[in-house]
Ligand binder design. Structure first.
Ligand SMILES: Nc1ncnc2c1ncn2[C@@H]1O[C@H](COP(=O)(O)OP(=O)(O)OP(=O)(O)O)[C@@H](O)[C@H]1O
Ligand SMILES: [Mg+2]
Length: 578
Protein backbone atom coordinates (compact mmCIF):
# COMPACT_ATOMS: atom_id res chain seq x y z
CA UNK A 1 0.00 0.00 0.00
CA UNK A 2 2.84 2.35 0.89
CA UNK A 3 4.50 1.40 -2.39
CA UNK A 4 1.40 2.45 -4.36
CA UNK A 5 1.38 5.81 -2.54
CA UNK A 6 5.05 6.37 -3.38
CA UNK A 7 4.48 5.52 -7.05
CA UNK A 8 1.66 8.08 -7.19
CA UNK A 9 3.72 10.80 -5.48
CA UNK A 10 6.72 10.23 -7.71
CA UNK A 11 4.51 10.49 -10.80
CA UNK A 12 2.90 13.71 -9.58
CA UNK A 13 6.33 15.33 -9.35
CA UNK A 14 7.35 13.81 -12.66
CA UNK A 15 4.38 15.31 -14.50
CA UNK A 16 4.96 18.77 -13.03
CA UNK A 17 8.24 19.09 -14.83
CA UNK A 18 6.88 19.46 -18.39
CA UNK A 19 4.36 22.01 -17.09
CA UNK A 20 7.09 24.13 -15.56
CA UNK A 21 9.11 23.88 -18.76
CA UNK A 22 6.10 24.97 -20.82
CA UNK A 23 5.58 28.01 -18.60
CA UNK A 24 9.26 28.88 -18.78
CA UNK A 25 9.29 28.62 -22.55
CA UNK A 26 6.14 30.70 -23.01
CA UNK A 27 7.51 33.33 -20.68
CA UNK A 28 10.79 33.49 -22.56
CA UNK A 29 8.97 33.79 -25.88
CA UNK A 30 6.70 36.60 -24.71
CA UNK A 31 9.61 38.49 -23.20
CA UNK A 32 11.60 38.09 -26.41
CA UNK A 33 8.65 39.64 -28.31
CA UNK A 34 8.76 42.61 -25.96
CA UNK A 35 12.55 42.75 -26.20
CA UNK A 36 12.53 43.24 -29.97
CA UNK A 37 10.21 46.25 -29.84
CA UNK A 38 11.79 47.95 -26.83
CA UNK A 39 14.36 50.71 -26.40
CA UNK A 40 17.95 50.00 -25.28
CA UNK A 41 17.28 50.86 -21.62
CA UNK A 42 14.29 48.57 -21.26
CA UNK A 43 16.10 45.85 -23.22
CA UNK A 44 18.69 45.61 -20.43
CA UNK A 45 15.97 45.45 -17.84
CA UNK A 46 14.18 42.62 -19.72
CA UNK A 47 17.38 40.63 -20.12
CA UNK A 48 18.00 40.83 -16.37
CA UNK A 49 14.42 39.81 -15.59
CA UNK A 50 14.76 36.89 -17.98
CA UNK A 51 17.93 35.65 -16.30
CA UNK A 52 16.16 35.71 -12.93
CA UNK A 53 13.14 33.89 -14.31
CA UNK A 54 15.26 31.19 -15.90
CA UNK A 55 17.17 30.69 -12.65
CA UNK A 56 13.84 30.28 -10.85
CA UNK A 57 12.42 27.76 -13.34
CA UNK A 58 15.69 25.83 -13.57
CA UNK A 59 15.77 25.53 -9.79
CA UNK A 60 12.14 24.42 -9.72
CA UNK A 61 12.76 21.66 -12.26
CA UNK A 62 15.70 20.41 -10.19
CA UNK A 63 13.65 20.42 -6.98
CA UNK A 64 10.83 18.51 -8.73
CA UNK A 65 13.29 15.99 -10.15
CA UNK A 66 14.78 15.49 -6.70
CA UNK A 67 11.37 14.92 -5.11
CA UNK A 68 10.48 12.49 -7.89
CA UNK A 69 13.76 10.65 -7.34
CA UNK A 70 13.25 10.41 -3.59
CA UNK A 71 9.82 8.89 -4.00
CA UNK A 72 11.10 6.54 -6.71
CA UNK A 73 13.69 5.37 -4.22
CA UNK A 74 10.98 4.73 -1.65
CA UNK A 75 8.75 2.95 -4.14
CA UNK A 76 11.54 0.54 -5.04
CA UNK A 77 12.43 0.12 -1.37
CA UNK A 78 8.86 -0.96 -0.63
CA UNK A 79 7.68 -2.94 -3.64
CA UNK A 80 10.95 -4.50 -4.83
CA UNK A 81 12.02 -5.29 -1.28
CA UNK A 82 8.64 -6.90 -0.66
CA UNK A 83 9.11 -9.10 -3.74
CA UNK A 84 12.58 -10.14 -2.56
CA UNK A 85 11.16 -11.11 0.82
CA UNK A 86 8.44 -13.18 -0.82
CA UNK A 87 11.04 -14.82 -3.05
CA UNK A 88 13.06 -15.71 0.04
CA UNK A 89 10.00 -17.26 1.71
CA UNK A 90 9.00 -19.18 -1.40
CA UNK A 91 12.47 -20.61 -1.91
CA UNK A 92 12.62 -21.73 1.71
CA UNK A 93 9.15 -23.22 1.53
CA UNK A 94 10.05 -25.17 -1.60
CA UNK A 95 13.32 -26.40 -0.12
CA UNK A 96 11.57 -27.56 3.05
CA UNK A 97 8.99 -29.30 0.92
CA UNK A 98 11.67 -31.03 -1.17
CA UNK A 99 13.12 -32.39 2.03
CA UNK A 100 9.78 -33.88 3.09
CA UNK A 101 9.13 -35.62 -0.22
CA UNK A 102 10.07 -39.27 -0.45
CA UNK A 103 12.20 -41.50 -2.67
CA UNK A 104 9.40 -42.04 -5.18
CA UNK A 105 9.42 -38.32 -5.94
CA UNK A 106 13.19 -38.23 -6.34
CA UNK A 107 13.15 -41.17 -8.72
CA UNK A 108 10.55 -39.50 -10.89
CA UNK A 109 12.15 -36.05 -11.13
CA UNK A 110 15.71 -35.37 -12.07
CA UNK A 111 18.03 -33.09 -10.15
CA UNK A 112 18.23 -30.49 -12.93
CA UNK A 113 14.48 -30.04 -12.84
CA UNK A 114 14.40 -29.68 -9.05
CA UNK A 115 17.16 -27.09 -9.24
CA UNK A 116 15.66 -25.03 -12.03
CA UNK A 117 12.35 -24.82 -10.17
CA UNK A 118 13.94 -23.60 -6.98
CA UNK A 119 16.06 -21.01 -8.80
CA UNK A 120 14.54 -19.86 -12.10
CA UNK A 121 10.86 -20.47 -11.51
CA UNK A 122 10.97 -18.76 -8.13
CA UNK A 123 12.79 -15.80 -9.74
CA UNK A 124 10.18 -15.54 -12.46
CA UNK A 125 7.38 -15.38 -9.93
CA UNK A 126 9.34 -12.70 -8.12
CA UNK A 127 9.65 -10.69 -11.34
CA UNK A 128 5.87 -10.62 -11.46
CA UNK A 129 5.43 -9.72 -7.79
CA UNK A 130 8.11 -7.01 -7.87
CA UNK A 131 8.80 -5.24 -11.17
CA UNK A 132 5.57 -6.61 -12.69
CA UNK A 133 3.34 -5.02 -10.06
CA UNK A 134 5.50 -1.90 -9.74
CA UNK A 135 5.40 -1.08 -13.43
CA UNK A 136 1.71 -1.85 -13.70
CA UNK A 137 0.89 0.69 -10.98
CA UNK A 138 3.37 3.11 -12.47
CA UNK A 139 1.88 2.66 -15.92
CA UNK A 140 -1.71 3.17 -14.86
CA UNK A 141 -1.00 6.22 -12.68
CA UNK A 142 1.33 7.86 -15.20
CA UNK A 143 -1.18 7.29 -17.99
CA UNK A 144 -4.02 8.83 -16.05
CA UNK A 145 -1.99 11.87 -14.95
CA UNK A 146 -0.14 12.45 -18.24
CA UNK A 147 -3.10 11.95 -20.54
CA UNK A 148 -5.42 14.14 -18.47
CA UNK A 149 -2.77 16.89 -18.59
CA UNK A 150 -2.48 16.41 -22.35
CA UNK A 151 -6.24 16.49 -22.87
CA UNK A 152 -6.42 19.75 -20.92
CA UNK A 153 -4.14 21.34 -23.51
CA UNK A 154 -5.58 19.92 -26.71
CA UNK A 155 -7.74 16.90 -27.44
CA UNK A 156 -6.77 16.85 -31.09
CA UNK A 157 -3.02 16.97 -30.45
CA UNK A 158 -3.35 14.27 -27.78
CA UNK A 159 -5.04 11.89 -30.21
CA UNK A 160 -2.44 12.45 -32.90
CA UNK A 161 0.50 12.16 -30.52
CA UNK A 162 -0.75 8.91 -29.03
CA UNK A 163 -1.58 7.34 -32.39
CA UNK A 164 1.64 5.28 -32.79
CA UNK A 165 1.74 4.12 -29.16
CA UNK A 166 -0.69 1.16 -29.43
CA UNK A 167 1.37 -0.13 -32.36
CA UNK A 168 4.45 0.17 -30.15
CA UNK A 169 2.80 -1.75 -27.35
CA UNK A 170 1.60 -4.58 -29.59
CA UNK A 171 5.00 -4.81 -31.28
CA UNK A 172 6.73 -5.03 -27.92
CA UNK A 173 4.34 -7.74 -26.79
CA UNK A 174 5.13 -9.91 -29.80
CA UNK A 175 8.82 -9.20 -29.66
CA UNK A 176 9.06 -9.99 -25.95
CA UNK A 177 7.09 -13.22 -26.41
CA UNK A 178 9.52 -14.14 -29.16
CA UNK A 179 12.47 -13.27 -26.94
CA UNK A 180 10.96 -15.29 -24.14
CA UNK A 181 10.43 -18.33 -26.37
CA UNK A 182 13.95 -18.16 -27.66
CA UNK A 183 15.41 -17.64 -24.19
CA UNK A 184 13.52 -20.67 -22.89
CA UNK A 185 15.09 -22.86 -25.58
CA UNK A 186 18.50 -21.36 -24.82
CA UNK A 187 17.98 -21.99 -21.11
CA UNK A 188 17.21 -25.64 -21.83
CA UNK A 189 20.28 -26.01 -23.99
CA UNK A 190 22.37 -24.40 -21.25
CA UNK A 191 21.01 -26.91 -18.73
CA UNK A 192 21.93 -29.62 -21.21
CA UNK A 193 25.50 -28.28 -21.48
CA UNK A 194 25.70 -28.15 -17.69
CA UNK A 195 24.60 -31.71 -17.23
CA UNK A 196 26.98 -32.97 -19.94
CA UNK A 197 29.94 -31.26 -18.31
CA UNK A 198 28.89 -32.33 -14.84
CA UNK A 199 28.70 -35.94 -15.97
CA UNK A 200 32.09 -35.70 -17.66
CA UNK A 201 33.75 -34.27 -14.54
CA UNK A 202 32.30 -36.86 -12.20
CA UNK A 203 32.95 -39.72 -14.61
CA UNK A 204 36.38 -38.48 -15.69
CA UNK A 205 38.13 -41.69 -14.58
CA UNK A 206 35.92 -43.88 -16.73
CA UNK A 207 36.20 -41.49 -19.67
CA UNK A 208 39.98 -41.40 -19.50
CA UNK A 209 40.42 -45.13 -19.04
CA UNK A 210 38.21 -45.79 -22.06
CA UNK A 211 40.01 -43.04 -24.02
CA UNK A 212 36.73 -41.26 -24.72
CA UNK A 213 38.01 -37.68 -24.28
CA UNK A 214 37.78 -36.88 -27.98
CA UNK A 215 34.33 -38.37 -28.37
CA UNK A 216 33.04 -36.33 -25.45
CA UNK A 217 34.87 -33.23 -26.70
CA UNK A 218 33.14 -33.62 -30.05
CA UNK A 219 29.77 -34.14 -28.44
CA UNK A 220 30.28 -31.08 -26.24
CA UNK A 221 31.30 -29.01 -29.24
CA UNK A 222 28.17 -30.05 -31.13
CA UNK A 223 25.94 -29.03 -28.26
CA UNK A 224 27.89 -25.79 -27.75
CA UNK A 225 27.52 -24.98 -31.44
CA UNK A 226 23.81 -25.37 -31.11
CA UNK A 227 23.86 -23.09 -28.08
CA UNK A 228 25.83 -20.49 -30.04
CA UNK A 229 23.43 -20.56 -33.00
CA UNK A 230 20.49 -20.10 -30.67
CA UNK A 231 22.16 -17.23 -28.82
CA UNK A 232 23.01 -15.42 -32.05
CA UNK A 233 19.43 -15.86 -33.13
CA UNK A 234 18.27 -14.21 -29.93
CA UNK A 235 20.81 -11.42 -30.32
CA UNK A 236 19.23 -10.57 -33.70
CA UNK A 237 15.79 -10.19 -32.17
CA UNK A 238 17.24 -8.14 -29.32
CA UNK A 239 19.06 -5.92 -31.78
CA UNK A 240 15.77 -5.06 -33.46
CA UNK A 241 14.09 -4.27 -30.17
CA UNK A 242 15.43 -0.83 -29.32
CA UNK A 243 15.57 0.63 -32.83
CA UNK A 244 11.87 -0.26 -33.19
CA UNK A 245 10.99 1.60 -30.02
CA UNK A 246 13.06 4.63 -30.97
CA UNK A 247 11.54 4.68 -34.46
CA UNK A 248 7.98 4.68 -33.16
CA UNK A 249 8.77 7.38 -30.60
CA UNK A 250 10.36 9.41 -33.37
CA UNK A 251 7.21 9.11 -35.47
CA UNK A 252 5.14 10.26 -32.51
CA UNK A 253 7.38 13.27 -31.94
CA UNK A 254 7.27 14.31 -35.61
CA UNK A 255 3.47 14.11 -35.66
CA UNK A 256 3.33 16.20 -32.46
CA UNK A 257 5.62 18.88 -33.84
CA UNK A 258 3.79 19.01 -37.17
CA UNK A 259 0.22 19.04 -35.88
CA UNK A 260 1.31 21.19 -32.91
CA UNK A 261 2.89 23.72 -35.31
CA UNK A 262 -0.36 24.01 -37.25
CA UNK A 263 -2.30 24.48 -34.00
CA UNK A 264 0.13 27.17 -32.80
CA UNK A 265 -0.22 29.09 -36.07
CA UNK A 266 -3.99 28.92 -35.62
CA UNK A 267 -3.48 30.30 -32.13
CA UNK A 268 -5.07 27.29 -30.37
CA UNK A 269 -2.02 26.40 -28.28
CA UNK A 270 1.32 28.00 -27.35
CA UNK A 271 4.88 27.12 -28.35
CA UNK A 272 5.45 25.88 -24.83
CA UNK A 273 2.69 23.33 -25.28
CA UNK A 274 4.63 21.61 -28.07
CA UNK A 275 7.70 21.29 -25.86
CA UNK A 276 5.47 20.02 -23.05
CA UNK A 277 3.93 17.42 -25.37
CA UNK A 278 7.26 16.15 -26.62
CA UNK A 279 8.25 15.53 -23.01
CA UNK A 280 4.94 13.79 -22.27
CA UNK A 281 5.47 11.43 -25.16
CA UNK A 282 8.93 10.58 -23.90
CA UNK A 283 7.51 10.04 -20.42
CA UNK A 284 4.90 7.65 -21.78
CA UNK A 285 7.37 5.64 -23.85
CA UNK A 286 8.66 3.43 -21.10
CA UNK A 287 5.22 2.61 -19.60
CA UNK A 288 3.87 1.78 -23.05
CA UNK A 289 6.89 -0.42 -23.71
CA UNK A 290 6.27 -1.97 -20.34
CA UNK A 291 2.74 -3.13 -21.29
CA UNK A 292 4.14 -5.78 -23.60
CA UNK A 293 6.88 -6.60 -21.19
CA UNK A 294 4.48 -6.95 -18.25
CA UNK A 295 2.17 -9.17 -20.30
CA UNK A 296 5.08 -11.46 -21.04
CA UNK A 297 6.20 -11.47 -17.37
CA UNK A 298 2.70 -12.38 -16.24
CA UNK A 299 2.60 -15.28 -18.70
CA UNK A 300 5.97 -16.60 -17.59
CA UNK A 301 5.17 -16.16 -13.91
CA UNK A 302 1.91 -18.07 -14.23
CA UNK A 303 3.67 -20.93 -16.02
CA UNK A 304 6.36 -20.93 -13.33
CA UNK A 305 3.88 -20.80 -10.47
CA UNK A 306 2.08 -23.75 -12.04
CA UNK A 307 5.34 -25.70 -12.08
CA UNK A 308 5.98 -24.76 -8.45
CA UNK A 309 2.47 -25.77 -7.39
CA UNK A 310 2.89 -29.08 -9.14
CA UNK A 311 5.64 -29.90 -6.64
CA UNK A 312 4.17 -28.10 -3.64
CA UNK A 313 0.90 -29.97 -3.96
CA UNK A 314 2.61 -33.34 -3.95
CA UNK A 315 2.56 -34.95 -0.57
CA UNK A 316 4.94 -37.73 0.41
CA UNK A 317 3.55 -41.24 0.42
CA UNK A 318 5.54 -41.89 3.56
CA UNK A 319 3.74 -39.66 6.05
CA UNK A 320 4.76 -38.79 9.56
CA UNK A 321 1.50 -39.48 11.35
CA UNK A 322 2.66 -41.48 14.34
CA UNK A 323 3.64 -39.97 17.66
CA UNK A 324 5.09 -42.87 19.60
CA UNK A 325 8.57 -42.35 20.97
CA UNK A 326 8.93 -45.64 22.80
CA UNK A 327 12.45 -47.06 22.68
CA UNK A 328 13.36 -49.12 19.63
CA UNK A 329 15.33 -51.66 21.59
CA UNK A 330 12.60 -54.24 21.24
CA UNK A 331 11.63 -57.22 19.11
CA UNK A 332 11.32 -56.64 15.39
CA UNK A 333 8.86 -58.56 13.26
CA UNK A 334 8.13 -58.64 9.53
CA UNK A 335 4.58 -59.92 8.96
CA UNK A 336 3.68 -60.94 5.42
CA UNK A 337 5.51 -57.88 4.07
CA UNK A 338 5.19 -57.31 0.32
CA UNK A 339 6.60 -54.40 -1.61
CA UNK A 340 6.62 -53.30 -5.23
CA UNK A 341 8.74 -50.31 -6.37
CA UNK A 342 6.18 -47.76 -7.54
CA UNK A 343 8.18 -46.46 -10.51
CA UNK A 344 9.57 -49.69 -11.95
CA UNK A 345 6.77 -52.02 -10.86
CA UNK A 346 9.39 -54.55 -9.74
CA UNK A 347 8.16 -56.77 -6.94
CA UNK A 348 11.11 -56.64 -4.56
CA UNK A 349 9.51 -58.25 -1.52
CA UNK A 350 7.05 -61.10 -1.47
CA UNK A 351 5.19 -61.93 1.76
CA UNK A 352 8.29 -61.89 3.90
CA UNK A 353 8.03 -63.18 7.48
CA UNK A 354 10.71 -63.18 10.11
CA UNK A 355 11.24 -62.31 13.76
CA UNK A 356 14.21 -60.80 15.49
CA UNK A 357 14.48 -60.59 19.27
CA UNK A 358 15.80 -57.52 21.03
CA UNK A 359 19.59 -57.44 20.89
CA UNK A 360 19.87 -60.24 18.33
CA UNK A 361 22.20 -60.11 15.34
CA UNK A 362 20.63 -61.04 12.03
CA UNK A 363 22.52 -61.71 8.84
CA UNK A 364 20.73 -61.43 5.52
CA UNK A 365 22.34 -63.12 2.54
CA UNK A 366 21.10 -63.57 -0.97
CA UNK A 367 22.09 -63.12 -4.56
CA UNK A 368 22.18 -59.70 -6.11
CA UNK A 369 18.73 -58.09 -6.58
CA UNK A 370 17.15 -60.52 -4.14
CA UNK A 371 15.66 -57.67 -2.09
CA UNK A 372 18.20 -57.27 0.72
CA UNK A 373 18.54 -53.49 0.49
CA UNK A 374 14.78 -53.23 0.20
CA UNK A 375 14.49 -54.64 3.74
CA UNK A 376 16.73 -51.83 5.00
CA UNK A 377 14.75 -49.20 3.07
CA UNK A 378 11.52 -50.47 4.57
CA UNK A 379 12.96 -50.46 8.09
CA UNK A 380 13.79 -46.74 7.96
CA UNK A 381 10.57 -46.02 6.05
CA UNK A 382 12.12 -44.75 2.86
CA UNK A 383 9.12 -46.62 1.51
CA UNK A 384 6.09 -48.22 3.18
CA UNK A 385 5.13 -51.83 2.42
CA UNK A 386 2.26 -52.37 -0.03
CA UNK A 387 0.81 -55.02 2.26
CA UNK A 388 1.77 -56.62 5.52
CA UNK A 389 3.30 -54.90 8.50
CA UNK A 390 6.63 -54.31 10.19
CA UNK A 391 6.52 -53.97 13.97
CA UNK A 392 9.01 -52.98 16.62
CA UNK A 393 7.96 -54.11 20.09
CA UNK A 394 4.44 -54.86 18.78
CA UNK A 395 4.03 -51.28 17.53
CA UNK A 396 3.75 -50.81 13.78
CA UNK A 397 6.45 -48.62 12.22
CA UNK A 398 3.79 -46.10 11.22
CA UNK A 399 2.89 -45.50 14.86
CA UNK A 400 6.36 -44.16 15.60
CA UNK A 401 7.30 -40.55 15.10
CA UNK A 402 9.32 -40.63 11.89
CA UNK A 403 12.15 -38.51 13.30
CA UNK A 404 12.38 -40.69 16.40
CA UNK A 405 12.43 -43.85 14.29
CA UNK A 406 15.17 -42.66 11.98
CA UNK A 407 17.24 -41.10 14.77
CA UNK A 408 17.42 -44.38 16.60
CA UNK A 409 18.20 -46.60 13.66
CA UNK A 410 21.69 -46.32 12.25
CA UNK A 411 21.47 -47.24 8.60
CA UNK A 412 24.66 -47.55 6.64
CA UNK A 413 23.57 -47.68 3.03
CA UNK A 414 25.23 -49.71 0.34
CA UNK A 415 26.25 -46.66 -1.66
CA UNK A 416 28.25 -44.53 0.74
CA UNK A 417 27.61 -40.81 0.59
CA UNK A 418 30.06 -38.37 2.13
CA UNK A 419 29.74 -34.58 2.05
CA UNK A 420 32.50 -32.32 0.77
CA UNK A 421 33.50 -31.32 4.26
CA UNK A 422 36.08 -32.37 6.83
CA UNK A 423 36.37 -35.96 8.03
CA UNK A 424 35.36 -34.81 11.48
CA UNK A 425 32.14 -33.17 10.30
CA UNK A 426 31.29 -36.15 8.14
CA UNK A 427 31.42 -38.43 11.16
CA UNK A 428 29.63 -35.95 13.40
CA UNK A 429 26.76 -35.68 10.90
CA UNK A 430 24.06 -37.43 12.96
CA UNK A 431 25.12 -36.19 16.39
CA UNK A 432 25.94 -32.49 16.62
CA UNK A 433 27.03 -32.56 20.25
CA UNK A 434 29.72 -35.21 19.84
CA UNK A 435 33.18 -34.09 20.95
CA UNK A 436 36.34 -34.78 18.94
CA UNK A 437 37.34 -37.34 21.56
CA UNK A 438 34.14 -39.29 21.04
CA UNK A 439 34.64 -39.10 17.29
CA UNK A 440 38.16 -40.46 17.55
CA UNK A 441 36.99 -43.31 19.80
CA UNK A 442 34.26 -44.29 17.39
CA UNK A 443 36.65 -44.08 14.43
CA UNK A 444 38.91 -46.45 16.29
CA UNK A 445 36.05 -48.92 16.58
CA UNK A 446 35.40 -48.65 12.89
CA UNK A 447 39.10 -49.37 12.29
CA UNK A 448 39.67 -46.08 10.51
CA UNK A 449 41.31 -43.88 13.15
CA UNK A 450 44.89 -44.74 12.16
CA UNK A 451 44.30 -43.96 8.53
CA UNK A 452 42.60 -40.67 9.35
CA UNK A 453 45.52 -39.65 11.56
CA UNK A 454 47.80 -40.15 8.57
CA UNK A 455 45.83 -37.77 6.36
CA UNK A 456 47.52 -34.35 5.86
CA UNK A 457 45.33 -32.58 8.39
CA UNK A 458 44.00 -35.65 10.20
CA UNK A 459 40.37 -35.08 11.20
CA UNK A 460 40.34 -31.60 9.69
CA UNK A 461 41.17 -32.89 6.21
CA UNK A 462 38.65 -31.86 3.60
CA UNK A 463 37.69 -34.91 1.65
CA UNK A 464 36.59 -33.31 -1.61
CA UNK A 465 33.30 -33.74 -3.41
CA UNK A 466 31.67 -36.99 -2.27
CA UNK A 467 34.95 -38.00 -0.64
CA UNK A 468 36.96 -38.37 -3.89
CA UNK A 469 40.26 -38.26 -2.02
CA UNK A 470 39.52 -41.43 -0.06
CA UNK A 471 39.61 -45.09 -0.99
CA UNK A 472 36.40 -47.09 -1.23
CA UNK A 473 37.12 -48.98 2.00
CA UNK A 474 38.00 -45.77 3.84
CA UNK A 475 34.73 -44.21 2.79
CA UNK A 476 32.83 -47.26 3.96
CA UNK A 477 34.46 -47.18 7.38
CA UNK A 478 33.90 -43.43 7.81
CA UNK A 479 30.26 -44.01 7.08
CA UNK A 480 30.21 -46.82 9.66
CA UNK A 481 31.76 -44.48 12.24
CA UNK A 482 29.13 -41.89 11.40
CA UNK A 483 26.35 -44.40 12.03
CA UNK A 484 27.84 -45.75 15.26
CA UNK A 485 28.21 -42.23 16.66
CA UNK A 486 24.43 -41.91 16.63
CA UNK A 487 24.39 -44.47 19.44
CA UNK A 488 21.38 -46.20 17.88
CA UNK A 489 19.08 -48.91 19.19
CA UNK A 490 19.08 -50.72 15.88
CA UNK A 491 21.91 -50.83 13.42
CA UNK A 492 21.61 -51.87 9.78
CA UNK A 493 24.76 -52.46 7.74
CA UNK A 494 23.98 -52.86 4.06
CA UNK A 495 26.91 -54.59 2.43
CA UNK A 496 29.09 -51.85 3.83
CA UNK A 497 32.21 -53.95 4.29
CA UNK A 498 32.42 -55.07 0.67
CA UNK A 499 35.47 -52.89 0.01
CA UNK A 500 37.24 -53.78 3.24
CA UNK A 501 39.73 -56.63 3.54
CA UNK A 502 38.64 -59.62 5.60
CA UNK A 503 40.90 -58.84 8.55
CA UNK A 504 39.48 -55.37 8.94
CA UNK A 505 36.02 -56.78 8.42
CA UNK A 506 36.67 -59.22 11.20
CA UNK A 507 37.87 -56.47 13.56
CA UNK A 508 34.81 -54.34 12.90
CA UNK A 509 32.41 -57.20 13.31
CA UNK A 510 34.09 -58.26 16.51
CA UNK A 511 33.56 -54.77 17.86
CA UNK A 512 29.93 -54.81 16.79
CA UNK A 513 29.45 -58.15 18.47
CA UNK A 514 30.92 -56.99 21.78
CA UNK A 515 30.04 -53.34 22.09
CA UNK A 516 26.61 -53.63 20.56
CA UNK A 517 25.70 -56.58 22.70
CA UNK A 518 22.27 -55.30 23.57
CA UNK A 519 21.64 -53.58 20.24
CA UNK A 520 19.66 -55.18 17.50
CA UNK A 521 21.76 -55.52 14.38
CA UNK A 522 20.88 -56.38 10.78
CA UNK A 523 23.89 -57.29 8.72
CA UNK A 524 23.37 -57.53 4.97
CA UNK A 525 26.10 -59.13 2.93
CA UNK A 526 27.23 -60.99 -0.17
CA UNK A 527 30.25 -62.43 1.58
CA UNK A 528 29.64 -64.64 4.58
CA UNK A 529 32.11 -63.55 7.25
CA UNK A 530 34.08 -66.31 8.96
CA UNK A 531 34.08 -66.96 12.66
CA UNK A 532 31.47 -64.39 13.57
CA UNK A 533 28.45 -65.82 15.31
CA UNK A 534 25.14 -64.45 14.15
CA UNK A 535 22.05 -65.28 16.14
CA UNK A 536 20.08 -65.79 13.01
CA UNK A 537 20.59 -65.94 9.27
CA UNK A 538 18.00 -65.55 6.55
CA UNK A 539 18.55 -66.29 2.89
CA UNK A 540 16.51 -64.32 0.39
CA UNK A 541 15.62 -65.16 -3.18
CA UNK A 542 13.43 -62.92 -5.33
CA UNK A 543 12.23 -61.02 -2.29
CA UNK A 544 11.00 -64.15 -0.53
CA UNK A 545 12.41 -66.14 2.35
CA UNK A 546 14.36 -69.15 1.12
CA UNK A 547 16.03 -70.42 4.27
CA UNK A 548 16.16 -69.40 7.90
CA UNK A 549 18.20 -70.58 10.87
CA UNK A 550 21.62 -70.44 12.52
CA UNK A 551 24.89 -71.02 10.69
CA UNK A 552 25.08 -74.64 11.79
CA UNK A 553 21.44 -75.37 11.06
CA UNK A 554 21.74 -73.97 7.58
CA UNK A 555 24.95 -75.86 6.85
CA UNK A 556 23.28 -79.06 7.95
CA UNK A 557 20.37 -78.31 5.66
CA UNK A 558 22.72 -78.33 2.67
CA UNK A 559 20.63 -75.77 0.81
CA UNK A 560 21.49 -72.47 -0.85
CA UNK A 561 23.39 -71.14 2.19
CA UNK A 562 25.56 -74.23 2.47
CA UNK A 563 26.32 -74.01 -1.25
CA UNK A 564 27.25 -70.35 -1.00
CA UNK A 565 29.41 -70.92 2.06
CA UNK A 566 31.27 -73.81 0.50
CA UNK A 567 31.95 -71.88 -2.65
CA UNK A 568 33.33 -68.93 -0.69
CA UNK A 569 35.54 -71.07 1.54
CA UNK A 570 36.91 -72.83 -1.53
CA UNK A 571 37.70 -69.45 -3.09
CA UNK A 572 39.41 -68.29 0.09
CA UNK A 573 41.59 -71.40 0.15
CA UNK A 574 42.55 -70.85 -3.47
CA UNK A 575 43.65 -67.36 -2.56
CA UNK A 576 45.70 -68.61 0.33
CA UNK A 577 47.39 -71.20 -1.90
CA UNK A 578 48.09 -68.64 -4.59
N1 LIG B 1 14.71 -47.48 -6.29
C1 LIG B 1 14.30 -48.53 -7.01
N2 LIG B 1 13.35 -48.37 -7.94
C2 LIG B 1 12.92 -49.41 -8.65
N3 LIG B 1 13.33 -50.66 -8.49
C3 LIG B 1 14.28 -50.90 -7.59
C4 LIG B 1 14.81 -49.83 -6.79
N4 LIG B 1 15.73 -50.35 -5.96
C5 LIG B 1 15.77 -51.66 -6.22
N5 LIG B 1 14.90 -52.00 -7.20
C6 LIG B 1 14.65 -53.37 -7.70
O1 LIG B 1 14.23 -54.16 -6.63
C7 LIG B 1 14.84 -55.43 -6.65
C8 LIG B 1 15.56 -55.69 -5.33
O2 LIG B 1 16.58 -54.74 -5.17
P1 LIG B 1 17.51 -54.63 -3.88
O3 LIG B 1 18.24 -53.39 -4.00
O4 LIG B 1 16.68 -54.83 -2.67
O5 LIG B 1 18.47 -55.89 -4.10
P2 LIG B 1 19.72 -56.35 -3.24
O6 LIG B 1 19.41 -57.70 -2.76
O7 LIG B 1 20.05 -55.32 -2.24
O8 LIG B 1 20.82 -56.43 -4.37
P3 LIG B 1 22.39 -56.16 -4.23
O9 LIG B 1 22.96 -57.34 -3.53
O10 LIG B 1 22.84 -56.08 -5.63
O11 LIG B 1 22.56 -54.90 -3.48
C9 LIG B 1 15.78 -55.41 -7.84
O12 LIG B 1 15.17 -56.15 -8.88
C10 LIG B 1 15.92 -53.98 -8.23
O13 LIG B 1 15.99 -53.84 -9.62
MG1 LIG C 1 21.60 -54.01 -2.05
Amino acid sequence: MLGILFVLLSNVFRIWQPRVIREALDLVLSKLENYKSSSELIKNQIAQDLAGDLMYFGGLVIVLALLMGIFMYFMRMTIIVMSRLIEYDMRKELFDHYEILDQTFYRKNNTGDLMSRITEDVSKVRMYLGPGILYTINLVSLFVIAISSMLEVSVKLTLYALLPLPILSITIYFVSSLIHKKSAIIQKQLANLNSISQEVYSGIRVIKSYVQERAFGKYFKQESDEFKTMSLDLAKVNALFFPTIVLLIGVSTIITVYIGGIEVSKGNITHGNIAEFVIYINLLTWPVTAIGWIASIVQQASASQMRLNEFLQQSPQVKNEGSSTSPLSADIEFKEVSFTYPDSGIKAMDQLNFKLKKGEKLMIVGRTASGKSTIADLMVRMYDPISGEITIGSQALKEFDLGHLRKNIAYIPQDVFLFSDTVENNIRFGNDDASLDQIIKIAEKASINKEIQQLPEAYQTKIGERGVSLSGGQKQRISIARALLKDPDIIILDDCLSAVDSNTEHAILEYLEKALENKTCIFITHRIPKSIVMDKIIVLANGALLEEGTHDELLAKKGEYAKLYKKQSAQNEEIIIA
